[in-house]
Design a protein around this ligand. Structure first.
Ligand code: PHE
Length: 474
């Protein structure tokens, strides 16, 4: 075991960093909107059950693997499987996935930074015009924003685990909470705010069908940063005395709480803007909500608080989303960084340089796939539609491979690494784990229904995405 491996300085540092990864763009806008559209309180209850009973055991398994192996995902699969070739492939997938998701997430973070910058420059009116987003993503200024975001991410990562990731999380996460709470407090004072809250929390169980359940579980899985090797990598930086079981619970609670509270910011704002909003017509996509719908709504606040006031509120909103995005981006780039340091024996600086070049090149290509370059914009076609390079990265890695990686974690931990070893690892730092009902539940669920659910989601996603058909018939 590498005794000189870097570690978080405290349990709090680890929890904030892992929560920083989990709290991302999806929490702030995507979650509240899809809850409102899909049954309000009924969705919230189902989501909470999925987090507690499906995601949490997978999270504990990922963390246990990482801490036991004290390695990146590729190294962890190899070490814990006794260098089995078959499991090395799962490890490889556990590193390629975050690498590709980093590219996808970078593109969106760059746009958020651009919107933050433009708001600060007093251009909220421009951002609110309907054609602006299309023009913005095809303007070469995005490349400048990209350079700035890349510099910020690399400045954090070059500091390493303690001085970089942990310090940044300790500043950005509390700041994020403060920004979020102040926006909620402000938005709740607007006219019609309560109509939004009602749509968000009042349960409508008739909306829950198989595809809503599938969507809720995929969302929970993604929101908790599962299947990306992140929690495995971060847990490899904690000590044997730390309690993984309670740490995982804290991360899940923080992530879900932020998602829930974000609804108290977004929904009242939407309904105050237009009390007749039909929730069914709200866009499913976080991207169109953040970049098209919300700027319009934020600008409308000027009737109340003037243009400068509206710009300040918009600035706070984009800063909030930007902080959430940066801590997620840092976590995802850390996975291939750890792999290069561990497996290719590169220094942290060299590893980051290699990755900056590789992800940078792919991010530039993805950024140009919204119309700037024809063959990237219409790279291929499947599922009945033309697909850009960005779509391909999103569909393959984000949507399809994540549940597959989760499935592999369950199968590996239960049938290769074995239950006893998982229990042994989770009991380190959690004395009463062995024999507890949590242990029984984790072992039972991970070896039976959780892999089945993940397999169904994987197959259904492949069917919907690539063959335009669904297991649940819609
Ligand atoms: N949990 C993150 C989110 O909600 C998911 C994520 C983590 C995505 C890291 C990319 C990188 O946005």
């Amino acid at each position: 075991m590498s005794s000189n491996r870097e570690h978080f300085s405290s349990r709090l540092g680890f929890i904030l960093a892992a929560a920083g990864s989990a709290v991302g763009i999806g929490n702030l806008v995507g979650f509240p909107v899809s809850a409102t559209k899909n049954g309000g309180g009924a969705f919230l209850i189902i989501y909470a059950l999925f987090v507690a009973f499906v995601c949490l055991p997978v999270m504990m398994a990922e963390m246990a693997m990482g801490r036991k192996a004290q390695k990146d995902p590729y190294g962890a699969y190899r070490k814990l499987s006794g260098k089995s070739k078959r499991w090395s492939i799962a490890g490889l997938l556990g590193v390629i996935t975050p690498f590709m998701i980093a590219v996808f997430y970078m593109v969106i973070t760059v746009w958020i930074f651009g919107y933050l910058f433009q708001t600060t420059m007093g251009n909220l009116d421009l951002l609110a015009s309907p054609e602006h987003f299309g023009a913005f993503i095809n303007n070469t200024s995005v490349f400048w924003y990209m350079v700035i975001v890349a510099v910020i991410v690399n400045l954090i990562l070059v500091g390493g685990v303690k001085e970089g990731i942990e310090k940044a999380s300790k500043v950005l996460m509390p700041a994020l909470f403060v920004l979020l709470i102040s926006l909620v407090a402000y938005v709740l004072t607007l006219d019609n705010a309560m109509a939004g809250v009602r749509f968000y929390v009042v349960p409508d169980f008739s909306k829950l069908d198989a595809s809503v359940l599938n969507g809720a579980l995929s969302q929970a899985f993604f929101s908790l940063s599962l299947g990306m090797g992140i929690l495995m990598t971060y847990a490899s930086y904690i000590s044997k005395d730390d309690n993984i079981v309670s740490g995982a619970k804290m991360v899940a609670i923080t992530d879900s709480l932020v998602a829930f509270i974000a609804g108290l910011m977004v929904l009242p704002a939407i309904f105050s803007f237009n009390p007749d909003t039909n929730p069914a017509e709200l866009s499913d996509s976080s991207v169109s909500m953040i970049f098209v719908y919300l700027p319009k709504l934020l600008l409308a606040l000027q009737a109340d608080i003037g243009y400068v006031g509206a710009s300040v509120v918009a600035g706070i909103f984009f800063l909030l989303v930007f902080f959430a995005a940066i801590t997620s981006l840092v976590s995802i780039v850390e996975v291939p960084t750890a792999t290069l340091i561990e497996e290719a024996k590169l220094s942290r600086k060299k590893a980051l340089t290699v990755l900056a070049i590789a992800t940078g090149a792919l991010t530039v290509l993805c950024t140009m796939s919204f119309g700037m370059v024809d063959w990237l914009t219409k790279m291929t076609a499947y599922g009945g539609a033309d697909k850009s390079m960005f779509d391909v990265v999103y569909d393959i890695f984000y949507d399809t491979i994540l549940p597959l990686n989760g499935l592999l974690v369950c199968l590996f931990v239960m049938y290769k690494w074995k239950k006893v070893r998982l229990s042994e690892e989770l009991a380190q730092g959690c004395d009463d784990y062995v024999g507890s009902w949590v242990e029984k539940y984790v072992n039972f669920s991970l070896s039976t229904f959780i892999p089945v659910i993940l397999l169904v989601i994987f197959i259904n996603t492949v069917a919907t995405k690539f063959f335009a058909t669904s297991l649940f018939g819609f």
